[in-house]
Design a protein around this ligand. Structure first.
Ligand code: 2P0
Length: 347
């Protein structure tokens, strides 16, 4: 680009995602220790408006203001500051601007649902829109890949929130065009059994996590089981390819639940060790197993780095599973709160 635009604004809405094969462990520059795959969500999303204004005075420094749901938010600033620092070499125009970032989430405030995936992907997309304003020649493929690349530098899982509906991030021998640097739309067949796949998120604990994901990732360095865990993630990705092609829900459930429990097992066996599940997390898991035994449904669970439970099931079983959730699981949610979501198609 040759000329800077004086001012303007851009808004993006970007969804959250839920990993099936989990990203847990990373190297320098946000390079994942193992590949991961996720369902992009639909309802859970962040909307971010970025207003940019060219700095008139060369002596002025790059700066930004951050508003969260209407008020100035200082506690999110360090994460965004780090993000801007990491991406400045890739977006050299940043230093010439002041940014006003206004962001809001579709999910309840401090519900224990991480907003880093939706939030950082929305911000990365907004900055890419400014890059495209400055350089209209960049094509869609470049735009999407670079948005994911930038989002990764903000928060690893954010790389997977640009597109839908099934997204992979990280090198894996069985996947063409996979990369550690950005996520890609899953390039293989996904059976219609997974169409509109449902995710009902049970809010078990809305408190602040005791250990952040960034700290958890780093505890995989020197972890006694790390190498086996990374190999297992590759194996599970290989298995999922056939599962997605065939629509094999039984094996899908086995992989997804095992991944969730392994993620938490890694937390419990790191040094220092920690536990993010709560008693109600386990109550819900047991109820799901019990219900699955009693019925011929395909309900299963997965977990993020927290106590909340994502209940996954095919759209065709929605009525029966929602009844089960209301009858047996909502009692274990904080204030009876849950969020109904499903697979989505990206930002
Ligand atoms: C995932 N999680 O694959 C895994 C599973 C949580 C559990 O990626 O340090 O916020 O910003 O790269 O992406 C959460 O960690 O960590 C996460 P950073 P991030 O979704």
């Amino acid at each position: 680009y040759t000329k800077l635009i004086a001012k303007g604004e851009v808004t993006w809405k970007s969804p959250s995602n839920i990993a099936l094969v989990k990203y847990w462990g990373k190297e320098a520059n946000q390079i994942p220790a193992n590949p991961s795959i996720s369902f992009t969500l639909d309802t859970c999303a962040t909307t971010t408006k970025v207003t940019y204004k060219k700095l008139e005075n060369k002596a002025q420094d790059f700066s930004f203001d951050l508003f969260f749901e209407g008020s100035l938010k200082e506690d999110f600033k360090p994460k965004i500051q780090t993000f801007f620092k990491r991406i400045e070499d890739y977006l050299p125009f940043l230093k010439n601007y002041h940014f006003k970032i206004e962001t809001s989430n579709s999910f309840p405030h401090s519900s224990g649902i991480a907003s880093s995936a939706s939030g950082l992907s929305a911000l990365a997309l907004a900055l890419m829109s400014l890059e495209k304003e400055l350089n209209p020649d960049i094509n869609e493929d470049y735009f999407i890949k670079k948005a994911s690349f930038l989002a990764r530098l903000g928060s690893g899982s954010a790389a997977r929130s640009i597109e839908g509906d099934v997204v992979q991030w990280g090198n894996h021998e069985g996947t063409t065009n996979s990369s550690n640097l950005y996520a890609v739309k899953y390039p293989y067949k996904v059976h219609t059994n997974f169409k509109k796949y449902q995710d009902t998120i049970l809010l078990v604990d809305k408190g602040q996590k005791e250990v952040s994901s960034t700290v958890g990732h780093n505890l995989m360095h020197g972890h006694p089981f790390s190498q086996q865990r990374f190999a297992q993630a590759h194996d599970n990705l290989t298995k999922l390819k056939e599962v997605f092609a065939e629509g094999d829900l039984k094996t899908f459930i086995e992989i997804v639940e095992s991944e969730a429990l392994t993620l938490h097992a890694m937390m419990m066996t790191s040094l220092p060790y920690f536990v993010l599940m709560k008693p109600n997390t386990l109550e819900i898991i047991n109820k799901i197993w019990d219900f699955r035994k009693r019925t011929n449904t395909h309900v299963c669970f997965t977990l993020d780095a927290g106590a909340n439970v994502h209940v996954l099931y095919p759209e065709s079983e929605k009525e029966e599973i929602m009844q089960f959730i209301k009858d047996e699981l909502v009692a274990f949610c904080q204030n009876g709160q849950y969020i109904c979501d499903q697979i989505g198609f990206g930002a």
